[in-house]
Write a protein that binds this ligand. Structure first.
Ligand SMILES: Nc1ncnc2c1ncn2[C@@H]1O[C@H](COP(=O)(O)OP(=O)(O)OP(=O)(O)O)[C@@H](O)[C@H]1O
Length: 456
């Protein structure tokens, strides 16, 4: 059971005594003035404050703001001598939770108090759930370098302000998406959804309807029931714009309008829709150079980069290679049901010396391949040098003929695409750039398809 501390701030002693007497199961402390309640002392900070409006010295309404600063989690019930609408409105606007009118009737006061305590109980429960949810969902971000520790400190700080936009910059495979997830799950926005938009993978002509949605019948080919846009899906949560540097100038202008007012107009609608979501964006492109070349809007950059975090390449933080390699060794051994306990000194020296153009993603692929190839318990040079595993040959199999029974073309095409993606991954030897080339795909489209069909 959660125990609560209640302050009664009233200059009438019998009111303080009556509340204390009636709420004996809580820790109740009485004060004759606001100043006395706020003075440093041995009493614990309150969860609930019953605050008389007509106090000597600072009035209850005047004391509300400094008290809320002092005890930001507490709830306030104002006590007024008569139902003075102006005073009550001012107090409620100032953040009071409720009010009661004198003369006090203990039964109804108890009701007001129990309601407030129920709200506090729910808040505490939500915060415990958040804690548990964090333990289950928070991505594990490994790294002992000062640069990565600074990134983690930053994530902890930014999480507290749920509306501030964040721009994450850094080369491919450095964990930008992981950081976006950490920002979402650590902030109060965790109650809403984390919606990821891969800006590079959505064709320019579709970006508007994907982001903003459309009304029924907005254009020919539109779904009969209309469509909720991704921004709306992120209401109350986080909108993660991955590869934001790939947005067309037209889409940039529309996004800017949303960032300026929190409002947007769905295709085919006359009314604006309002959404509150934190916008986290990421890019591995040089936005400053793109601004100079007129490919990225400067005004949009400033709106996105209210706070900015730069993630260095793995080569710039070589001290992270070892812990990350060990982390993936454990994860991959678990995934493939193998027993790997260590990495040989020779293999570790090799890992430290590689250029890691694909950064952590490439390191992960190399460890995964070595675990598949080796037997354990030590990861050796031999398993690191092993050829990439052969990809399934299903793509080469004959396609089923179309018969009167019909076939599921989307599923068939998806299976075919999955096979080719796996083959390209294996042939690319851990480099997504090479794998994309092998399939004649733009790198970002490859990454998007791979994430969608293969899960990373
Ligand atoms: N510090 C880290 N600790 C553990 N895993 C990491 C770390 N950094 C990256 N990873 C892993 O590496 C892979 C690539 O990370 P992620 O997709 O977040 O990179 P990215 O910077 O968003 O890449 P891109 O710019 O190509 O989209 C993921 O599997 C991620 O879990």
């Amino acid at each position: 059971m959660i125990s609560f501390c209640i302050y009664v701030v009233d200059d009438e002693e019998f009111i303080r005594d009556a509340v204390e007497l009636n709420l004996g199961r809580y820790a109740v402390f009485g004060f004759a003035s606001a100043e006395a309640a706020m003075a440093p002392g041995p009493t614990p900070p309150p969860d609930l404050v019953l605050l008389d409006v007509g106090l000597p010295g600072l009035s209850g309404v005047e004391a509300l703001a400094p008290m809320r600063r002092l005890w930001p989690r507490a709830l306030f019930i104002m006590i007024t001598a008569y139902e003075d609408v102006d005073t009550v409105v001012t107090a409620m606007k100032g953040g009071a939770y409720d009010y009661v009118v004198k003369p006090l009737h203990m039964d109804s006061l108890k009701n007001n108090i129990e309601n407030a305590l129920e709200t506090l109980r729910l808040r505490k429960e939500v915060s415990l759930l958040h804690q548990r949810y964090l333990e289950e969902n928070l991505p594990l971000f490994i790294g002992r370098s000062r640069a990565i520790q600074a990134v983690m400190d930053f994530v902890g700080k930014i999480a507290a302000s749920p509306d501030a936009p964040v721009l994450i910059c850094g080369p491919t495979g450095t964990g930008k998406e992981l950081i976006a997830g950490a920002i979402h799950y650590k902030s109060p926005n965790f109650r809403g959804r984390l919606v990821t938009v891969n800006c590079a993978a959505i064709p320019a002509e579709l970006i508007e309807s994907e982001l903003f949605g459309y009304e029924p019948g907005a254009f020919s080919g539109a779904r009969a029931g209309g469509k909720r846009g991704l921004i709306e899906e992120a209401d109350g949560g986080t909108l993660f714009l991955d590869e934001v540097g790939d947005l067309s100038l037209e889409a940039q202008a529309k996004l800017l309008r949303f960032l300026d007012g929190g409002e947007f107009i769905k295709v085919g609608s006359a009314r604006p829709t309002k959404v509150r979501a934190r916008v986290v964006s990421a890019t591995n492109r040089d936005l400053a150079a793109m601004i100079d070349q007129g490919q990225f809007r400067r005004d949009l950059y400033y709106r996105l980069a209210v706070t900015r975090v730069d993630v260095p390449s793995l080569m710039e933080r070589p001290e992270d290679i070892e812990p990350i390699a060990r982390h993936f060794l454990v994860a991959m051994a678990d995934k493939y049901g193998k027993r790997f306990l260590s990495i040989s000194p020779e293999a570790m020296a090799y890992l430290r010396g590689r250029p890691w153009e694909g950064n952590v993603r490439e390191l992960k692929a190399v460890i995964e391949r070595a675990v598949i190839a080796g037997d354990g318990p030590e990861l050796t040079m031999e398993s690191l040098r092993a050829e990439p595993p052969a990809a399934p040959a299903a793509a080469g199999q004959a396609l089923p003929p179309l018969t009167p029974a019909g076939l599921d073309l989307p599923a068939l095409l998806e299976g075919l695409e999955r096979d080719y993606l796996q083959q390209a991954e294996a042939l690319g030897g851990g480099s997504d750039v090479r794998a994309a080339e092998l399939l004649g795909l733009n790198y970002h489209t490859f990454r998007y398809r791979k994430k969608k069909l293969l899960g990373d």
